[in-house]
Design a protein around this ligand. Structure first.
Ligand code: DAH
Length: 356
C-alpha cells in the first residue's frame, strides 16, 4: 500500500495537464483501478485483517482523490496565469478613429427652411414622388394638351401593352401636394411641403432630380401682400440679412396672378455669391391660387382664397453656401461631402441661429 501511495503521489505531482490527471484517476481510483482491485482482495481476508486493511484502503483512496483535485486546481491556476501573461491588453492605447459622416447641404437647407416656416405657423406636409397625372397636372389646371406638360420634360412610367390607364409620372413639382393637403385638411390651411421632384434636364443649374418646397396658405382674406411679406420674411431669416429680390410678373396655370422671384448674385471666381453682382438666379414661382385649383382640392373658391409658392431648395443651397455647380450635389464625391457637409449635431433652429 505504501508503494501504491508513493507511486501515485509521484505520478500526480508530475502530471502536466488535465488529460493526464484524468488518466491517473481512472488508473488509481476508477472502477477497475488499482485501489478497486485491492478492495476486492478484502473478501479473501480474515475479519481481523479486513478490519485493519479496509479503513487503510479507504484512507488511501481519499488521499489520492484529494491529491488529484489539488493538482487539477493548480493546473487550472497555472493556465489562467499563463493567459493573463500572454493575452496582454494595453488599455492606454489611443482608440481607432472613426470617420464622421456629415449632413448634406440639401438636408441642412431643408431643415433651415422648415424651421423658418414653422416659426411663421406653417406645418410640414408630404406627398408621393410617383404621382398620378391628375394630381401632377389636371388638378393644377394643366389640362392634357397644355404646353406646360411638354415644358416640364416629364418622366412617365411605363405601362404594359394593353394597359390603358393614364400613366403615373415622377412628380415634376411639389405642387400636387397642394391638392392632397386641401383634400386632407380642408380650409383654412397653412402648409409647406419639401421633397424631391424630377425633370429631364441637365446642366450647371439643372439635374433630373432636384428639390422643391411648396407653400400654401388659404384663408378668407389672404392677398398678394401677405405672400410678399412671407417671402421677404423668409429670405431675410434664411440669408441672415435682407437680400435683393426681384418679383417678376409671370404665368403659371395654377395661380392668377403669378410672380417669379429671383435673387441677386454673382458667379465670379468659381463661386456664386448672393447679394452682389448683376446676375439673378430664379429661386421660386408663386401667386394667388387659381379658383379652379381650389375647386379641384374640394375648397369653395367663392369663400376661400390664398397664395402658393414653390421654392427650389437646391438653388437656395447654392446661393447660401456658394456652391457653383448643382450637379456636384448628387455625385456622392466624399471630398465634396466633407467640404460642404454639416456636423450632425449642428442642426438648425431659429433660437440657435440658422447659420454657423
Ligand atoms: N410648380 C412650379 C414649378 O415647379 C413652381 C410654382 C409656381 C409653385 C407657382 C407654386 C406656384 O405653388 O404658385 O416650377
Amino acid at each position: 500500500m505504501d508503494d501504491l501511495r508513493d507511486k501515485y503521489i509521484a505520478l500526480i505531482a508530475d502530471a502536466a495537464d488535465e488529460a493526464s490527471i484524468e488518466d491517473l484517476r481512472v488508473q488509481a481510483v476508477g472502477k477497475k483501478g488499482e485501489i478497486a482491485l485491492k478492495m476486492r482482495e478484502l473478501g479473501k481476508m480474515t475479519p481481523e485483517e479486513r478490519q485493519v486493511m479496509g479503513p487503510k484502503l479507504n484512507a488511501l483512496k481519499d488521499e489520492i482523490n484529494s491529491a488529484l483535485s489539488a493538482k487539477k486546481a493548480s493546473l487550472a491556476d497555472a493556465a489562467l496565469e499563463e493567459r493573463l501573461r500572454s493575452e496582454w491588453l494595453d488599455v492606454t492605447l489611443p482608440g481607432r478613429g472613426r470617420r464622421q459622416g456629415s449632413i448634406h447641404p440639401i438636408s441642412q437647407v431643408t431643415e433651415e427652411v422648415s424651421a423658418i416656416f414653422a416659426d411663421m405657423g406653417f406645418a410640414v406636409a408630404e406627398g408621393p414622388q410617383i404621382e398620378t397625372d391628375w394630381y401632377n397636372f389636371d388638378a393644377l389646371n394643366i389640362p392634357g394638351h397644355h404646353p406646360a406638360r411638354a415644358e416640364m420634360d416629364t418622366f412617365y412610367t411605363h405601362r404594359a401593352e394593353g394597359d390603358n390607364r393614364p400613366p403615373h409620372v415622377l412628380r415634376t413639382h411639389t405642387s400636387p401636394v397642394q391638392i392632397r393637403s386641401m383634400e386632407k385638411i380642408g380650409a383654412p390651411i397653412r402648409i409647406i411641403c419639401p421633397g424631391r421632384v424630377y425633370r429631364a434636364d441637365y446642366d450647371q443649374t439643372h439635374t433630373p432630380m432636384f428639390h422643391q418646397v411648396e407653400g400654401l396658405a388659404i384663408d378668407k382674406d389672404i392677398s398678394m401682400a401677405n405672400l410678399k411679406w412671407v417671402l421677404e420674411e423668409f429670405f431675410t431669416a434664411f440669408f441672415g440679412t435682407s437680400v435683393k429680390t426681384r418679383f417678376r410678373a409671370s404665368h403659371f396655370p395654377f395661380t392668377e396672378p403669378s410672380a417669379e422671384v429671383d435673387i441677386q448674385c454673382s458667379w465670379e471666381n468659381g463661386s456664386v455669391k448672393v447679394g452682389e453682382g448683376d446676375d439673378w438666379l430664379e429661386v421660386l414661382g408663386s401667386g394667388m391660387v387659381h379658383p379652379k385649383v381650389l375647386a379641384a382640392g374640394g375648397i369653395d373658391p367663392n369663400e376661400w382664397q390664398g397664395f402658393a409658392f414653390g421654392i427650389g431648395i437646391d438653388r437656395l443651397a447654392m446661393l447660401k453656401y456658394g456652391i457653383p455647380d448643382l450637379r456636384a450635389f448628387f455625385d456622392a464625391d466624399l471630398r465634396w461631402l466633407r467640404h460642404y457637409g454639416f456636423a450632425s449635431l449642428d442642426q438648425p433652429t431659429l433660437h440657435g441661429g440658422l447659420t454657423r
